[in-house]
Design a protein around this ligand. Structure first.
Ligand code: PGA
Length: 261
């Protein structure tokens, strides 16, 4: 039996917010999001703010995520944070974000190592995939997205639990839509999710799993355009960057999710 997909709105704070600022924003969100119980909300602050923000989220249903991690649990890797460390604080970890792929040399292979490492410590990956503008214009969207999904999930076996569903979230984030103010169209994103993401998942796993994985859209989502995505049948929420840094905007996006699904 397919499990109903609960909408998820996740905020990627990127490299913004000092501890004091992060606590302030988290406090505003705790206050403003209380009533939206039909949507799952997660926030992903920088590493330095994970613990202080976690303290504020106790007694709430807002979940915490990290934006990256190494794949080894410990070792001489100066400057890195391990899966075990992230798992002490978080439920989710964003992996393979296009900024990590573009600026920090992440490849399908390293993303795959991180995905496997996340499962080994009980973290749920929010796996980011998406084509660049150049790839899009060259008609390569399908090829790129399928490859990213397939390679990231090599060696992964997924099963479904009655309480939590399938422990995988995929975010379709066309690179040309991230931080540009130029979002994809809702129907265009829905087509990519159906044709390239869920169909690849169905090749890799059984179709029940493919239908139960939550797939988010990301790229210039704001309170004003969120509904266009949330009303698509195959899109289960959003990964939000810039608009997750302002309490009003983010609450507006969660509200749109609550009223659309
Ligand atoms: P954006 O970023 O909402 O600022 O476009 C999305 C993301 O990078 O996840």
């Amino acid at each position: 039996m397919e499990k109903k997909r609960i909408p998820l709105v996740a905020g990627n704070w990127k490299m913004y917010k000092t501890i004091a600022e992060a606590k302030q924003l988290a406090a505003e969100l705790v206050h403003g999001l209380e009533k939206f119980t039909q949507v799952e909300v997660a926030i992903c602050p920088p590493f330095t703010s994970l613990l202080p923000v976690k303290t504020l989220l106790e007694e709430t249903s807002i979940r915490l995520g990290a934006q990256n991690m190494h794949w080894e649990n410990a070792g001489a890797y100066t400057g890195e944070v391990s899966p075990l460390m992230v798992a002490e604080l978080c439920s989710y970890v964003i992996l393979g974000h296009s900024e990590r792929r573009a600026y920090f040399g992440e490849t399908d292979e390293t993303v795959n190592k991180k995905v496997l490492a996340a499962y080994a410590v009980g973290l749920i990956p929010i796996l980011c995939v998406g084509e660049t503008l150049q790839e899009n214009e060259a008609g390569k969207t399908g090829e790129v997205v399928e490859r990213q999904v397939k390679l990231a999930l090599q060696g992964v076996s997924l099963s479904m639990s009655q309480e939590t569903g399938v422990p995988l979230v995929i975010a379709y984030e066309p690179v040309w839509a991230i931080g540009t103010g130029r979002a994809a169209s809702g129907s265009g994103a829905n087509t990519v999710v159906t044709q390239y993401i869920r169909s690849t998942l169905a090749d890799l796993f059984v179709s029940e799993i493919a239908q139960s994985v939550r797939v988010l859209y990301g790229g210039s989502v704001k309170a004003g355009n969120a509904k266009e995505f949330f009303t698509q049948p195959e899109i289960d929420g959003a990964l939000v960057g810039g608009a997750s840094l302002k309490a009003d905007e983010y609450i507006g996006i969660v509200q749109a999710a609550a009223s659309s699904k």
